[in-house]
Design a protein around this ligand. Sequence first.
Ligand SMILES: *[C@@H]1O[C@H](CO)[C@@H](O)[C@H](O)[C@H]1NC(C)=O
Ligand SMILES: *[C@@H]1O[C@H](CO)[C@@H](O)[C@H](O)[C@H]1NC(C)=O
Ligand SMILES: *[C@@H]1O[C@H](CO)[C@@H](O)[C@H](O)[C@H]1NC(C)=O
Ligand SMILES: *[C@@H]1O[C@H](CO)[C@@H](O)[C@H](O)[C@H]1NC(C)=O
Ligand SMILES: *[C@@H]1O[C@H](CO)[C@@H](O)[C@H](O)[C@H]1NC(C)=O
Ligand SMILES: *[C@@H]1O[C@H](CO)[C@@H](O)[C@H](O)[C@H]1NC(C)=O
Ligand SMILES: *[C@@H]1O[C@H](CO)[C@@H](O)[C@H](O)[C@H]1NC(C)=O
Length: 722
Amino acid sequence: MRRLDQVRWPSLLSILSALLTVSAAVSTMVPGDTVGDGASLASADGKFRLGFFTPGSSTLRYLGIWYNVSRKAVVWVANRELGLNDSTGVLSFHGNGRLTLSDARGVVYWSTGAAAGVANPVARLLDNANFVVTGSGARGDSAGSYAWQSFDYPTDSLLPGMKLGWDLRAGRNRNITSWKSADDPATGEYAMGMDVHGDPQVFLVRGTARLWRAGPWVGQRFSGIPEMNTYDDMFSFSFHDDADEVYYQLVVQPAGVVERVVWVESSGTWNRFWFAPKDQCDGVSPCGPFGVCDSNDSPVCSCLQGFDPQSPQDWYLRDGKDGCARKTALDCRNGTDGFVRVAGAKLPDTSAAVVNYTMGLGECRAACLRNCSCTAYASAQVTGEGTGCILWGGDLTDLRLYTNGGQDLFVRVAAADLGMGRLGDGQEVAVKRLARNSVQGLDEFKNEVVLIAKLQHRNLVRLLGCCIQGDEKMLVYEYMPNKSLDVFLFDTTMASLLDWNTRYQIINGVARGILYLHQDSRLRIIHRDLKASNVLLDKEMNPKISDFGMARIFGGDENEANTRRVVGTYGYMSPEYAMDGIFSVKSDVFSFGVLLLEIVSGKRTRGVFLSDPTINLLGYAWSLWREGTGMELVDSSMTGSYPAAEVLKCIKVGLLCVQERPEDRPTMASVVLMLGGDTASLPQPKQPGFVVTRGPSEGLSPSSRGESCSVNDVTLTMLQAR
Ligand SMILES: *[C@@H]1O[C@H](CO)[C@@H](O)[C@H](O)[C@H]1NC(C)=O
Ligand SMILES: *[C@@H]1O[C@H](CO)[C@@H](O)[C@H](O)[C@H]1NC(C)=O
Ligand SMILES: *[C@@H]1O[C@H](CO)[C@@H](O)[C@H](O)[C@H]1NC(C)=O
Ligand SMILES: *[C@@H]1O[C@H](CO)[C@@H](O)[C@H](O)[C@H]1NC(C)=O
Ligand SMILES: *[C@@H]1O[C@H](CO)[C@@H](O)[C@H](O)[C@H]1NC(C)=O
Ligand SMILES: *[C@@H]1O[C@H](CO)[C@@H](O)[C@H](O)[C@H]1NC(C)=O
Ligand SMILES: *[C@@H]1O[C@H](CO)[C@@H](O)[C@H](O)[C@H]1NC(C)=O
C-alpha cells in the first residue's frame, strides 16, 4: 500500500511539501491509496491536477480537478454540494473500486458506487482531465471500459471528449450546470443539456424555462453557433501541444450565460472569448411562429415571405411574440406549392422535426412536397454541398438570421406567395411593398414616384411603376437576377465570387450613382438609406442603387435639412443625422464610406469583433490604418490577386467619407475623382464618427426587408415609358 500523503497535522504540511513535489507525477491510485488535503494527483502529461481547493472567498475545501497552470482554473468538482470546513479531507480508493471523500471524523462528503466485476481496479487521472476507475489492464481512452468516470458527472464545464445528452445504458442525462456563485460550486440555477426529441438540440435552461437554443448539430457546428465555422480554434475540442499553450473551456456561468473562456496566464483568470445568449434574437423564439429575428434590423422581427403579422398592432409596438400567419393557404394536393429560400438562418426548433442523414437536398425537397403537413426543409449536415434532410411539420419557431454563417432553410409557401412577379409582356420585374403604416399621403407618394421614375442612370435601379390598393403601396422595379450586394458580401462562400475587380467596379458604380442623385440629375436627391442590401446587382454584376423610399428631394438652393423622424439603418447613419436629425449630401457620403469599407472587408459595419465587441467596423478600419496595417482589412474570402495600392486608396477614401465632422468629408464629386486618381494626393483621414457601437435606439423606422409580393391581384399603375 502506498500513501501519497498521510498528513493529519497542519504543522507537518511544510515538511511534506518537498515530498509532494516528488509525487507530482503520480496519476494513478490502487486500492488502499489515499490523497489527503495538500497532496494531489497529476495527469501523466502534467496538464491537469486533482486535489483540494478553496474557491473564491469561501472558507470550505473541495476536491476537484484543475488545469495545472492554476488552482483557480477548476474544471470539475467532486463534492460540489457539500464542502469540508477543515483540511482533514481524504480521498480513499477501496478494494471494491469505490472512491470516497471523508474527513477526520469519518463523515463522508462524496462517494462513487462499487465497481462491480472489475478485477484489480485502478483510479487514474487521464490526460483529458477524465478521472476514471478501470480494470488495471485497461489503458487509453476506451470509454466503454470505465467502471466509473468523472466525465459522466460534469459540473459547470464542458471539456474536450466530454459528452452532453443521454447515456442510454445508464439512463442518465449528462448536462452542465452553473455554480451557485463564484464562491460556491453547488448546483446553481442554470443548466445546459440536450433535448433528444426530433433532431437533438442543446438548450440553456433555468429550471424548466428555455433561455437559449444552441440548436441541432449540423456537422462541424451547432446551428445556433455560426462562429464555430469561422473560429476553429475557439471550438475545436482538442488540445494544443506547443509550448504557448492556450486553454479553453465551455462553461455555464452562475449569471446564466454560456461562455467559451480562455485562460490568461498573466492575469491568472479566465477571459470570455465567446458567449451566448448575446442579443434579443437569442431569446427563445422572440418573433413567434413563422417570424424571423434579425438583430441588424429595427425592429428585429419580421415575417417570412408569404406571411403577415398575426397581431399587427402588437407587432408595430415591437412585440413580435404572436408571430405570423400565412397569406395564402397551402395547396398541397395540386402540387403548386413552392419554397422560399431563407439564407443565413439558424434552423428553427427541431424538437418536432424528422431527420434523415442519407437523403440529398433534392430528395428532401420532394419528400417535403409529398407530405401535406411539411412546412420546411434543410440540410442536416452543412459540410461541403450539404447532406441529409431535416423536415419540419407545423409551426416554424425560433428562426433567426446571422450576419456570418447560418445556412439555407427552405420554407414552403403557396404559389401566390412565391414573389417575383411578371408583367403582362413577360418582362420580369421585382415588386417591393412599402410599410403599411407609412405616414406619407397618397398624393405625396404618387408625386415622388413620378419624380423618381424620371431619374435615369445606369447605376440606379429603374422604377417601372407603382401600384396602390387600399392602404397597400407597392413599387415595381426592373428585375435584378443577382439580388443585392449583401447576399454576396456577408456570406463567406458567396463572397469568394467577388474578386477585387468586381468589388472595385461596384464601388465606382455606386459612387457614380450617388453623384448623379446629388448633383447631376435635375433634382438634388438625398437617398438617406444607402446600404449593402439597397445595392442591387444586374446579370453582369453592375451595381444599381435601389429603394428611394426614404429619399428626400431638395429645392435648388437648399443644402441641409432637419427632420424629427430619423429614418435609415443603424450603422450607416452619420453621427449628425442619427443624433440631431440633420441630413445633407454629407450624410449620404458617410453611408457610402461605410459601404465602401464593407465591400473591402466583407464585414458588416456592426459585425462582431470577438477581441473587442464594442469596436465596430469603422473603429477597426481606423485602428488598422493608424498602425499602417490597412491591408489586414481585406476580406479573406476574396479570391484572386489585387493591387495593394488600389485597395489602400479605397480604404483611405472610405475613411475620408466617414470622418466625424460633415465639413471634413469630401463631396461625391471629389470621391469619384479620388477613386480615379492616385493615393498620394489624398488628405489624411481624421477619426471616424461612431467608433464605439451602441445598441439600436428605438424610434428608428423599420428598414424594409425587400419583401416581394405577387402582382396578380393588384392594379398596376404604369408610368409613361422613358
Ligand atoms: C504544474 O504546476 C507546478 C506548480 O505550479 C509546476 O511546478 C509544474 O512544473 C507544472 N507541471 C507542468 C507539467 O506544467
Ligand atoms: C465543522 O463542521 C462540523 C459539523 O459538520 C462541526 O461539528 C464542526 O464544529 C465544524 N468545525 C469548524 C472548525 O467549524
Ligand atoms: C440535468 O441533469 C440532472 C441530473 O441528471 C437532471 O436532474 C436535470 O433535469 C438535467 N437538466 C436538464 C436541463 O437536462
Ligand atoms: C386545385 O386544383 C383544382 C382544379 O384545378 C381547383 O379547383 C382547386 O381550387 C385547387 N385547390 C387549391 C387548394 O388551390
Ligand atoms: C432515409 O432516406 C433513405 C432514402 O429515401 C431511405 O432509404 C432510408 O430508409 C431513410 N432512413 C430513415 C432512417 O428513415
Ligand atoms: C408528414 O410529416 C409529419 C411532420 O413532419 C410527420 O409527422 C409524418 O410522419 C409525415 N408523414 C409521412 C407519411 O411521411
Ligand atoms: C449573375 O446572374 C447571371 C444571370 O442570372 C448569372 O449567369 C451569373 O452567374 C450571376 N453571377 C454571379 C456572380 O452569381
